[in-house]
Every structure is written in structure tokens, then in C-alpha cells.
Ligand binder design. Structure first.
Ligand code: IMP
Length: 204
């Protein structure tokens, strides 16, 4: 009987198949929603991220998946902003070296471009915009940031992307556990903000 009374969770498709991202979405939003990946929703697509901001790209991805998947969807878009490079690589973080997703080449290029930049000028931040769209047209967008600095060489072998050369709160991201990272990362912050906003919506 108790089970019968439970409200069914709303399905929320995550516009990603990245296992690491899905784990984080499930951890933070799984109590409120039935989180499914694009693959689980039967969506096979390489969505073109041609926006000029993280928010625009997150909205493009979430909208696409909502329309094709016919249910509420959530997407995130993230990247690294380096102050000494005027905010680059920014929305181009995944393809900084010219190819999509070559983390090692991206890191090499970034280290080269910061070769003569002293420690105090190597400030940077990871940024994550998350966007949730509903079939009634409601849209929620949030942003999380994680301030840090770019190291002069790789540290540790954990994480992904630029983690080996990023340090926040004195901790190189390549050397911390995924729990430690979730607690201070841009994506962790954005998803916790999203969770709060979604609570307001659901109880409205
Ligand atoms: P996207 O949000 O999946 O489009 O990722 C953009 C790119 O930003 C990734 O390919 C990484 O290069 C970089 N990036 C985003 N979040 C992180 C992170 O938590 N650690 C390291 N690199 C990241």
C-alpha cells in the first residue's frame, strides 16, 4: 500500500552518455527524478554545440533531447576559463587543440601558451552551466564555478580533461577522489543549485 502511495518520479533524460557525468547527475538528482541517459532513452545523436556561451550550449542540448525523447531533459556544458588567455579555451575547451576530445593535446597546448606566465597570473576557473527543460516550456538554467589555477606540469592521473593541470583549494584535481571533486567542482555546484530549484518547481 505504501508503495502505491509513492508519487512516481518524473523521467529526466540527461543529454549525455558520459558515465562520469551520469553518475554525478544520479547522485545529486536521482532522488527527485528517474534519470536516464540518451542511450537508455534510445536517442543516438551527435548534437552540434554552436552556441557562444555555456548556457546557450546547454540549452541547445537539452532542447534537442526533450524534443526527440518526448520528456523533460537536462544538459550541462562546461569548460575552463584561463584569465591570462582572456578566458580561453572557454566554450572551445573540448576542442582547444583543433580536434574534439583529445585531452592530452589540449593540455599540451594550454601549458605551451602559459609557458612564461608566473604562478600568480595562472588563475583560472572551471565553469558549468546546467539547463533543464520541460514539455510545458519551463526552463531552468544554473551556473556553477570552481576557482583555481593552472599548474606548470601534470599532477596525478585521476579525473579527465584538464584535471591533471588544475588545482583548487591547494588540491590538484588529478590527485583527488571523485567524492572530493564533486564537493567542490563546478558541475557539483551547478547540479546542487539545480536540485534546489527543481524542489521549488515540484512542490509548486
Ligand atoms: P562538455 O561539457 O562535455 O562539452 O566538456 C567540455 C570540456 O571541458 C571537456 O572536454 C574538458 O576538456 C573540459 N572540462 C569540463 N569539465 C571538466 C572537469 O571537471 N575537469 C576537467 N576538464 C573539464
Amino acid at each position: 500500500r505504501q508503495k502505491h502511495m509513492e508519487k512516481q518520479k518524473m523521467r529526466l533524460i540527461v543529454a549525455s552518455n558520459n558515465a562520469n557525468k551520469l553518475r554525478e547527475f544520479r547522485e545529486i538528482l536521482g532522488e527527485q527524478f528517474d534519470i536516464v541517459s540518451m542511450r537508455e532513452a534510445g536517442i543516438d545523436a551527435d548534437i552540434e554545440e554552436n552556441g557562444t556561451t555555456f548556457e546557450e550550449n546547454a540549452l541547445i542540448k537539452a532542447n534537442y533531447v526533450m524534443n526527440v525523447g518526448n520528456s523533460a531533459a537536462i544538459a550541462d556544458d562546461s569548460g575552463l576559463e584561463v584569465d591570462a588567455l582572456g578566458g580561453a579555451p572557454g566554450v572551445y575547451s573540448a576542442r582547444y587543440c583543433g580536434r574534439h576530445g583529445d585531452d592530452e593535446a589540449n593540455i599540451d597546448k594550454l601549458l605551451k601558451n602559459l609557458e612564461n606566465v608566473p604562478k600568480e597570473k595562472r588563475t583560472a576557473r572551471f565553469v558549468c552551466a546546467a539547463c533543464c527543460v520541460f514539455s510545458d516550456g519551463k526552463i531552468i538554467t544554473v551556473r556553477g564555478e570552481c576557482e583555481g589555477e593552472i599548474l606548470t606540469e601534470r599532477h596525478g592521473n585521476g579525473g579527465f580533461g584538464y584535471d591533471p593541470i588544475f588545482m583548487a583549494n591547494g588540491k590538484p584535481f588529478g590527485e583527488i577522489t571523485s567524492e572530493e571533486k564533486d564537493a567542490m567542482s563546478h558541475r557539483g555546484k551547478a547540479l546542487r543549485l539545480m536540485s534546489e530549484q527543481l524542489k521549488n518547481i515540484i512542490t509548486e
